[in-house]
Design a protein around this ligand. Structure first.
Ligand code: ADP
Ligand code: MG
Length: 157
């Protein structure tokens, strides 16, 4: 489905710190119940953005990839639920329905490999689509889907 241009912003980052800074700026906009859905290949920078997002929420703990636990919960200004579906390629259909639950309404959820949630992905969300590899700059597209997610686009300046 095409996204209206006004609800999409494209940002380029040249290194991981810039991607973290983008995450931290996005975190300033976060409200309880929000969902950020991240897409892009392995090594594209999703976890770097998650690390910055946690920093922006004031999470003191180091945020790593929660690949083995599916979801890690941190406490900052809001509860932060970091979900990584990388290892769920095959089981995704079975588990997708149980990954997001009402507990997360109290905080903000960020999902890496969100495409693996397929039909279980809520209709209203911020899509964050990454492109780029290696030492190349990353193109990061922010797409506000429904609700008032457009507030996140203001970070693009
Ligand atoms: P993913 O979670 O998408 O699999 P990671 O965030 O774990 O990816 O890893 C991204 C890798 O790419 C890191 O090694 C990081 O140093 C590197 N990198 C290079 N340029 C960038 C950039 N502009 N943004 C984010 N990461 C970058
Ligand atoms: Mg990752």
């Amino acid at each position: 489905m095409p996204v209206p241009a006004a609800l999409e912003r494209l940002i380029t980052t040249v290194d991981e710190e810039e991607t973290r800074q983008l995450g931290a700026r996005l975190a300033q906009r976060a409200r309880p119940g929000d969902l950020l859905a991240l897409y892009g290949d392995l090594g594209v920078g999703k976890t770097q953005l998650a690390k910055g997002f946690g920093r922006g929420l004031g999470v003191a703990a180091t945020i790593n990839s929660p690949s083995f636990v599916l979801m890690a919960e941190y406490l900052g200004r809001l509860p932060f639920f970091h979900i990584d579906l990388y290892r769920l390629a095959d089981a995704a259909d079975a588990l997708a329905g149980g990954v997001l639950d009402e507990r997360q309404a109290a905080g903000v959820a960020l999902v890496e490999w969100a495409d693996r949630l397929a039909g279980a992905l809520p209709e209203e969300r911020l899509d964050v689509v990454f492109e780029g590899a290696g030492d190349d700059p990353r193109r990061i597209s922010l797409r506000a889907i429904g609700g008032d997610y457009a507030r996140y686009l203001e970070v693009a300046g």
